[in-house]
Design a protein around this ligand. Structure first.
Ligand code: GMT
Length: 378
């Protein structure tokens, strides 16, 4: 198949899923064309089946807000025609699904009927998409897509609950490359961070409000009172300065390291004992899956799709949003030397359910189904 993938080229979340999907599809012999505004972060190697097409927006004094969606739609039209694509798969509804709709209408005038598949990732529905500034366009472009997938059951039902959706949405969960995300031997690194064998807690996120990083720090501060431990924070974002201040106020700076945006997250996860995800919203929780693949149990909230991944009492525990007491209690239980090995093994076993080799064929089958349905209408 010749597949166009449209995504945000950023670290984390939907961009990572789209890039990893494209890479795997290319390995399997499909031709994959990425269409976005800069080189996707994890697309940093050569493969004969992978192509990258940059969306260029010319600047003009009138454009206080550069019309990215129009430039993207025009690029899609160009690439679908020139590369003879079979399907366009857009990740994150805003603005990719509506740009794809426009590209599809333009292509129709040229005798081409390109199937559009939209994958909903989370905040495009649960946060930004719900905003009245976007809702009508999001509803319309979901309904107009030829196929729609959501990354969890929870996101699927939230989409039906909030928007007037008149079509099927298929759940295809996120996945993990178990060759990349696996527990590696990093004893020297662990010794450097926790020389006295302190327990190692890890959190990775984009430090936005919905991630509740403050809860991460409060949980850690309370665990540390009962058990010698260290906290590693990976990622960066608007809440980081507040979190640094909080660490100073709690006088725990010597035991907390802010590592910033790291590419090789799996190296940090390889020395971790526990992963913290106290998010307020999380359609899936890819960061938790990455941790589980590295044999790290998860203490999380029950927000969105997290309980579909983190099995309460098995791979870690889930608590109500903001219930720091409960998360501290569970963290101490999991970190107990008697319990930790079982939780680690369970986390890894659960990660295998989301093995990229199991999930990517679901996308391939979905593409085939949508392409066949489209051909049948001609
Ligand atoms: O979590 C974020 O803020 C980033 C966001 C994104 O789209 O990049 O992540 C969303 O998509 C991920 C991949 O499907 C999911 O694993 C995250 O749970 C989801 N985030 C939220 O729903 C808040």
């Amino acid at each position: 198949m010749r597949i166009g993938i449209v995504c945000y080229p950023t670290f984390g979340g939907s961009g990572v899923v789209a890039t990893e999907l494209g890479k795997e599809l290319a390995q399997k012999g499909h031709q994959v064309h990425f269409i976005t505004y800069s080189q996707p972060a994890r697309l940093d190697f050569f493969n004969e089946n992978l192509f990258y097409h940059e969306v260029y927006i010319p600047s003009y004094p009138l454009f206080q807000y550069p019309p990215y969606e129009l430039a993207l739609a025009s690029k899609m039209v160009d690439i679908v025609r020139f590369e003879k694509l079979d399907v366009l798969h857009v990740h994150y509804a805003i603005p990719h699904a509506s740009a794809a709709y426009m590209a599809k209408q333009i292509l129709k005038t040229k005798g081409i009927n390109i199937p559009i598949i939209t994958t909903l990732h989370g905040t495009d529905i649960t946060l930004v998409g719900k905003d009245a500034s976007f809702e009508p366009v999001v509803t319309f472009s979901i309904n107009q897509s030829d196929g729609v997938t959501a990354v969890s059951e929870s996101l699927r039902s939230e989409t039906y609950d909030f928007f007037q959706i008149e079509r099927d949405i298929e759940v295809i969960p996120n996945f993990i490359n178990l060759q990349k995300f696996r527990r590696q031997k990093k004893e020297h690194f662990r010794m450097a961070i926790s020389p006295n064998n302190e327990k190692l807690l890890v959190h990775t996120s984009n430090f936005r409000e919905v991630k509740r990083v403050e809860d991460v720090i409060q949980i850690f501060a309370r665990v540390r009172e009962k058990m010698p431990s260290k906290l590693l924070l990976v990622g960066d974002g608007p809440d980081r300065p507040k979190m640094e201040k909080l660490c100073r106020e709690l006088n725990i700076c010597n035991d907390v390291r802010f590592l910033g945006k790291l590419e090789a997250v799996e190296e940090v996860l390889s020395i971790a004992d526990l992963f913290l995800m106290p998010s307020e919203k999380e359609s899936f929780g890819l960061a938790a899956l990455e941790a589980m693949a590295c044999e790290v149990p998860v203490i999380s909230t029950n927000a969105g799709g997290i309980p579909e991944l983190n099995i309460n009492g098995v791979t870690g525990f889930v608590s109500n949003i903001g219930d720091v007491d409960d998360m501290v209690k569970h963290a101490l239980y999991v970190l107990d030397g008697e319990h930790l090995p079982t939780f680690k093994a369970n986390a890894l076993a659960r990660a295998h359910d989301f093995d990229i080799e199991k999930i990517v064929p679901l996308y391939e089958n979905f593409y085939q189904k949508i392409i066949a349905a489209q051909l049948a209408t001609i």
